[in-house]
Design a protein around this ligand. Structure first.
Ligand code: SF4
Length: 327
């Protein structure tokens, strides 16, 4: 078995900016904050997006105050919507993208669930969502994503319980572990779904089959941690955390490019909360699925939940940010 360590999520659920019309840089809004250096309403092109749909500050997103872009991931929704023959870049395409993106995140999680070998009802749900995403654009625009999350959530919960059974893990769901000292922690089989792990010290932690659905890992220190078989870990969660070459990441995910390739010196920072973000206001990275318990935000995460640091993709191509290539 392997949780997120599976190879279950293929290319169809990976951002491919080369085949996307820059949808996340236009369709989604963001709000000036620690993660975005400016405001941008939905449907308006980002001022850093070139005519060729490349990001002119791609190489320096974090330094430029656009960490939210560097963390975001569309889970392949961008190229899928761009490829729809009946749509051209404009309000309708943007609206379809805003629905397709969270549905693709659910597909990612369900595919991971299925890959554990304990998928249960995951397969029929995947088929249903795939049909929905391939279906009529007008119908897709009207999809109630919250209702879908409500259907998917129990399936993931069931898979999690089956996979973690017998491992003796604890139940730390929704726990406030901001800045917690969990170095070398034995967290195997523990459910941390929706937990606030902002700036937590997880160096060397054993997260074998730990359920990380919707856990907020912003600035968490993952150096030396074993995440190979962590459940429901997503790329945005990794992108928001700090690790290095000693961090074991699931095979289905990409090691963030801002992580040093070897072992790195201590860089544990003050907890995010100390920088003015009360934990109750924190956005659960990876919780764009709304399944971790603390998100469920109507204002989506990612290039969606942009008022908060959340998911902006680390590209599968090894470049920072899934966003547009440098202009
Ligand atoms: S990735 Fe897109 S939204 Fe972010 S700064 Fe670059 S062009 Fe703007």
């Amino acid at each position: 078995m392997s949780g997120s360590g599976s190879q279950g999520n293929g290319q169809r659920l990976r951002a491919d900016c080369e085949r996307c019309a820059g949808l996340c840089c236009v369709a989604l809004p963001f709000t000036a904050s620690a993660d975005f250096a400016a405001d941008k309403p939905a449907g308006q092109r980002c001022t850093h997006l070139t005519a060729e749909n490349r990001c002119s500050i791609h190489a320096g997103l974090r330094a430029s105050g656009f960490t939210g872009c560097a963390v975001f991931d569309c889970y392949g929704a961008g190229q899928r919507v761009t490829a729809r023959p009946e749509l051209t870049p404009g309000p309708e395409m943007f609206a379809v993208f805003r629905v397709t993106r969270p549905l693709h995140e659910l597909l990612w999680l369900l595919t991971e669930a299925e890959a554990t070998g304990h998928g249960g009802a995951a397969r029929p749900l995947i088929a249903e969502i795939e049909a929905l995403v391939d279906g009529d654009a007008a119908e897709l625009r009207g999809v109630d994503v919250t209702a879908w999350r409500a259907r998917v959530g129990p399936v993931l919960e069931e898979v999690s319980e089956r996979v973690r059974r017998g491992l003796g893990g604890r139940d730390l769901r929704h726990a406030d572990l901001v800045g917690a000292r969990l170095r070398d922690g034995q967290l195997r089989g523990t459910t941390l779904r929706g937990a606030l792990l902002i700036a937590a010290d997880l160096r060397g932690a054993d997260l074998h089959r730990a359920d990380l659905l919707g856990a907020d890992l912003r600035d968490a220190d993952l150096r030396g941690a074993d995440l190979a078989d962590a459940l429901f870990l997503t790329q945005p969660q990794l992108n928001a955390a700090h690790g290095d070459g000693t961090t074991t990441v699931p095979g289905a995910l990409t090691r963030p490019v801002h992580w040093p390739s070897g072992s790195s010196p201590a860089r544990h920072e003050a907890p995010h909360r100390a920088r003015g973000m009360p934990p109750g206001k924190a956005a659960p990275v990876g919780g764009g699925s709304g399944l971790g318990g603390r998100s469920g935000n109507g204002r989506r995460t990612g290039r969606g939940g942009r008022g908060r640091r959340n998911d902006r993709a680390g590209g599968a191509d090894g470049t920072e940010g899934p966003g547009r290539r440098p202009g």
